[in-house]
Ligand binder design. Structure first.
Ligand SMILES: NC(=O)c1ccc[n+]([C@@H]2O[C@H](COP(=O)([O-])OP(=O)(O)OC[C@H]3O[C@@H](n4cnc5c(N)ncnc54)[C@H](OP(=O)(O)O)[C@@H]3O)[C@@H](O)[C@H]2O)c1
Length: 381
């Protein structure tokens, strides 16, 4: 097994030492997993702006999507196959799990701007650490907060209006009719593991699906409970938030109740092994033909609260692709501000006052109200 040192003395992954990305500022944007459920939406959104290179395990499936787009090609890159991958690209967006940080390493070593929307908290922490060790010379935008960073962007927009963000609470209504790809299941499968939150300025370990409550999201009262998402880790570090909480519930209350009952019975702990995988997946993963992405973020500062309701009728994959597109523009500095240096998170946007406008331009409806019910501004497609 060979290891190859890089300049900082950090060994590259022993199994994948030979991937060679090169930075070509006029080249295509590489979408890794670029013809999956989120990848297809992102490819369609990004295609008018940049040439694209779509990769996955099937050049044929990628080629079918590439043929629909203006200037796109497809190649095979199986992240589990040690066959080296070589390309000269403008930027990289990870839209498939990168379990060994193979894509991250290749991009950082080549000085290629990098965006990722796939990492759950522990993987985001590992990615941030690895990127810091590799001393990136190009942006590494870890945009895995809910909906490819959209929730964090909206939180930053409200924090900008309020002059701070002591509390940020997000409630997600997961539409059971919505589409979701097979690669999303791994994330949902982590409900047996406790996670850390910051609450009233103190770090606490919490059990997934605990602290249930009913929250009105848009017009829909929704039973939601805690879930581990990366923004609960980053927001206290970036915006100085002293309470950050994200909760999720299904569009059907009885399905959420069944999920909470399974949690209560300890199913996600004792049912963690392979034997129980089909039962776990049946509870967590039953994608439909298409639904609406709907969530609500409440930001409080100085005794004032603003609530944003975010809706994308094209569904969660489309809204995640919107988050990825905005992250790509940020990493490339094509959104009107210079790109970030090194590791960054979406809520660190230097243009928080433009977030709602950007979302509206991409067909996402965001309605902002103050706690007294007054309209705090609206951006709608
Ligand atoms: N941050 C967020 O809020 C958010 C929201 C939604 C999704 N996500 C994440 O986005 C990712 C994609 O989700 P999705 O629903 O689009 O999944 P998906 O439909 O399964 O798409 C995965 C894509 O990656 C390819 N792929 C699978 N295994 C691969 C491998 N070993 N090497 C290279 N390519 C591979 C697939 O094509 P082949 O099978 O042909 O290889 C497909 O193109 C997931 O990690 C999910 O958790 C994040």
């Amino acid at each position: 097994m060979s290891t190859e040192p890089v300049s900082g003395g950090i060994p590259v992954h022993p199994t994948f030492p030979s991937d060679r990305l090169r930075h070509n500022p006029d080249g295509p944007v590489l979408l890794v997993g670029g013809y999956g459920t989120v990848g297809t939406e992102l490819a369609r959104l990004a295609s008018p702006s940049w040439p694209l290179l779509l990769t996955g395990r099937s050049e044929q499936r990628g080629g079918a999507l590439a043929a629909e787009l203006d200037d796109a090609t497809a190649r095979r890159w199986d992240l589990a196959d040690p066959e080296p991958f070589t390309a000269a690209v403008r930027a990289v967006v990870g839209v498939v799990n990168d379990p060994d940080d193979r894509v991250l390493r290749a991009a950082v070593r080549a000085g290629v701007p990098y965006v990722d929307v796939t990492r759950w908290t522990a993987r985001l922490q590992r990615a941030a650490t690895l990127a810091a060790l590799l001393r990136p010379t190009a942006p590494v935008l870890l945009s895995s907060a809910w909906m490819g960073g959209v929730t964090s962007l909206v939180a930053a927009a409200l924090a900008d209006r309020l002059g701070g963000a002591e509390r940020i609470e997000t409630a997600i209504r997961w539409d059971l009719a919505d589409r979701a790809g097979a690669d999303s299941v791994e994330f949902m499968d982590r409900l047996g593991l406790d996670y850390e939150v910051v609450q009233d300025g103190r770090r606490r370990s919490v059990v997934p699906l605990s602290r249930p409550r009913t929250v009105r999201i848009g017009d829909a009262p929704t039973l939601v409970a805690g879930i581990d998402t990366p923004e609960q880790f980053t927001l206290p570090l970036t915006l100085g938030t002293t309470t950050a909480a994200t909760r999720i519930g299904f569009s059907s209350r009885s399905s959420t109740t069944a999920l909470l009952a399974a949690r209560h019975a300890g199913f996600f702990r004792w049912g963690r092994g392979d034997r129980w995988e089909p039962a776990r997946r049946a509870l967590l993963y039953s994608p439909g033909e298409g639904g609406t992405a709907l969530l609500r973020t409440d930001v409080t500062s100085g005794g004032r609260t603003l609530t944003a309701t975010v809706e994308d009728r094209a569904g969660q994959a489309r809204l995640t692709a919107v988050g990825a597109l905005l992250a790509l523009r940020r990493a490339l500095g094509t959104d009107g501000a210079p790109p970030p240096a090194g590791v960054a998170f979406p809520e660190q946007t230097p243009r928080p006052g433009r977030v709602l406008e950007d979302l509206a331009a991409l067909g996402v409806t965001v309605t902002v109200t103050a706690a007294d019910g007054a309209r705090g501004g609206e951006a709608a497609a």
